[in-house]
Design a protein around this ligand. Structure first.
Ligand code: BTN
Length: 327
């Protein structure tokens, strides 16, 4: 651990620590502590309170990602499918990172988690707000032998994996919005970004990225354009372990991606439809400049959205669903 990491790990408990104690712990002067903390504030956007006579503390406690704790929560079967677990302190985007590695011969089951993303990416070119130490930013690489056609429905399958994990952790009122938004009472709690490279006929190199809002804090959510929530709000402040969620996600993903490879999306359609928040409702589908309004009739085996437009049901493969403009 370098000095910066030492200071962050000490302050992670959210309590006051005197400059003297921190200096002794890191083997540096109190002035150096102050300088390092100022850097931490600037580099990671972490709020640090400083009170005369008490010392320094973080505005909120942080549960830092811990590879040992994560591994200890993963079953032996899933561990066998996990090729690498990397934890980055700060990175532009865990998806971009694995997409770069995908050019090399990395293996399926390569996972990257980060404490913070400086250029986190969402669907439709949006940013994914990624404050330090508080939410979950996870990407996994998987190589499918098939081409693009063979992985249709994958993004819905992943949304379902995330929704079920949240449900299994006791979070109720979780629903899905096609293709893969995970919502709690119509507010976005988690999102999935899937990126693919490869040849038309296969193999397909896939990076599955998942963001779960765990604790957004007071200011970070201000720039998010859609209604959102976080686990801290949903659980009314009950402590949510990021390490536990990370482990559950890894377990669910390696198992789920392996099953998807064999069976595709078809066996999941019924379960997906049970989580679907908008079936039977009048919705608007926006795809580039195209706008279609119709009644949502569920999803088909390919993952396509079925819309009843003026009495005719058609399948749609891409776009953003909304209830707002459906009038
Ligand atoms: C969405 O817009 O719903 C998708 C959000 C996906 C965010 C995750 S966070 C980890 C991974 N890295 C990224 O840059 N994006 C995904």
């Amino acid at each position: 651990m370098d000095i910066r990491q030492k200071l962050i790990s000490k302050l992670a408990d959210g309590r006051f620590h005197s400059g003297e104690v921190l200096a002794g712990y890191c083997g540096i002067s109190r002035t150096a502590v102050w300088k390092h903390l100022a850097n931490i504030k600037t580099q990671f956007g972490l709020e640090i309170y400083s009170v005369k006579g008490k010392g320094y503390r973080f505005a909120v406690p942080l549960e830092l990602l811990d590879p040992n704790q994560i591994m200890s929560e993963i079953s032996a079967v899933a561990k066998a499918q996990l090729s690498v677990l990397e934890i980055k302190e700060q990175i532009d985007s865990t998806n971009s990172y694995l997409m770069t590695l995908a050019m090399d011969e990395i293996e399926s089951g390569h996972v990257c988690l980060a404490e913070q993303q400086t250029a986190g990416r969402g669907r439709q070119g949006r940013d994914w707000v990624s404050p330090y130490g508080n939410n979950i930013y996870l990407s996994i690489f998987w190589r499918f032998s098939s081409g693009l056609a063979g992985i249709s429905g994958l993004s819905l399958a992943v949304g379902l994996i995330v929704a079920k994990i949240l449900n299994q952790q006791g979070i109720e009122n979780i629903g899905l919005k096609w293709p893969n938004d995970v919502l709690w009472r119509d507010r976005k709690l988690a999102g999935v970004l899937i990126e693919v490279t490869g040849e038309q006929g296969g193999p397909s190199n896939v990076v599955v990225g998942i963001g779960i809002n765990s604790r957004m804090g007071d200011t970070h959510g201000e720039t998010i354009s859609q209604p959102w929530t976080d686990l801290a709000t949903v659980t009314k402040g009950r402590v949510v372990s990021r390490n536990l969620y990370a482990a559950r996600l890894i377990e669910g993903l390696v198992t789920g991606l392996d099953e998807f490879q064999t069976n595709g999306f078809a066996p999941l359609v019924e379960e997906w439809n049970r989580y679907d928040l908008h079936q039977g409702k009048r919705v608007e589908l926006l795809s580039g400049i195209r706008r279609v309004v119709g009644i949502h009739r569920g999803v088909e085996n390919s993952g396509a959205l079925l819309l009843d437009v003026d009495g005719t049901t058609k399948a749609y493969f891409g776009g953003e669903l909304s209830l707002r403009g459906a009038g």
